[in-house]
Design a protein around this ligand. Structure first.
Ligand SMILES: N[C@@H](CCC(=O)N[C@@H](CS)C(=O)NCC(=O)O)C(=O)O
Length: 294
């Protein structure tokens, strides 16, 4: 330390430039690591025919993915009994997001379009038993989950209650994960959340919004097993994807509130997990129980 101080007082400009270069190089390395294999290409590798290839990020610590959209899509594939294979390549879709699918050489971006694509290819409709009015309600709740609760999750997990322990568990192989998340990912997400709007609210206000959303969802679910009745519909996949994150992979006030105030939603998560994810524990990197539920 003393040597650095001496060098600095003898050559301040040179030391500042050298320090800047070290920080910039570290930044570039972390950035490249985070952005590696960025976008999807249509050139298919040697994937089995007639099998959906689900491209996603790696498994999550306490639920099968850190992205609710991957859990949505994989749950759908399981409910619809579609042959699929996971590829945890961390490649982004042509739209720059995770997850996405490829099927016989054709790539589809966005979980909703992936489901529509498979529905058409395989003649599937998990919501066929719903009336038009019920479909409207189911879709509205899906939007509530994906367009509002999702942003609650984003703000609370990555900005307002950044949990470095969860980060370390979420990216166990990334040497610079804490640095990258704290100084790059979190500020980038803060900007996105601000632009979307949720990021302009205080944490207390975000929790308040979450409570209203979850109350509506819980009241509507009532004593039903799934969103619309005794069997799951397509929209349950999206709702489970989002709720799974609040329940298993979030710490802080929203997650505590979820567990304390919404027992019906907790049971719903457990029910979806038990029914469609018998291998849940094997699909997680830390054994599938949230530290917050211990
Ligand atoms: N509407 C998309 C949303 C997917 C999405 O937002 N994925 C996030 C992860 S949770 C993502 O890829 N974020 C990376 C980014 O925006 O650069 C879908 O349903 O697939």
């Amino acid at each position: 330390m003393e040597t650095i101080r001496t060098i600095y007082s003898d050559h301040p400009a040179l030391t500042t430039i050298a320090g800047g270069l070290v920080v910039a190089t570290a930044g570039i390395l972390v950035y490249r690591r985070l952005r590696r294999n960025t976008t999807a290409s249509n050139a298919e590798e040697d994937y089995p025919k007639d099998t959906v290839i689900l491209h996603q990020i790696g498994r999550g610590p306490f639920a099968p993915s850190m992205t609710p959209f991957a859990i949505k899509l994989e749950t759908y594939l399981r409910i619809a009994k579609i042959p699929y294979k996971n590829v945890h390549d961390m490649k982004k879709s042509s739209k720059g997001k995770y997850p996405w699918i490829s099927f016989n050489g054709h790539s589809v971006a966005d979980s909703a379009f992936c489901i529509e694509f498979i529905n058409k290819k395989r003649n599937v409709d998990l919501s066929s038993w719903l009336s038009p009015e019920q479909r409207a309600v189911a879709l509205a709740f899906q939007r509530l989950a994906e367009e509002d609760i999702y942003w609650v999750l984003v703000c609370q997990r990555w900005v307002q209650h950044l949990d470095m322990d969860l980060v370390a568990k979420a990216f166990p192989k990334w040497r610079f994960a804490s640095f990258g998340v704290k100084y790059m990912l979190s500020p980038a997400i803060r900007k996105k959340a601000w632009e979307q709007g949720m990021g302009r609210h205080s944490s207390e206000e975000v929790v308040h919004i979450a409570r209203k959303d979850l109350t509506a969802l819980s009241d509507y679910l009532g004593t039903k097993r799934f969103l619309m009745g005794d069997q799951p519909c397509e929209e349950d996949c999206a709702i489970f994807g989002q709720l799974s994150q609040l329940y298993w992979q979030l710490t802080g006030p929203t997650s505590n509130m979820f567990k304390e105030e919404f027992p019906r939603l907790v049971s719903y998560c457990e029910r979806m997990k038990d029914r469609f994810w018998p291998d849940w524990v094997e699909c997680t990197t830390q054994g599938g129980t949230s530290k917050a539920t211990k």
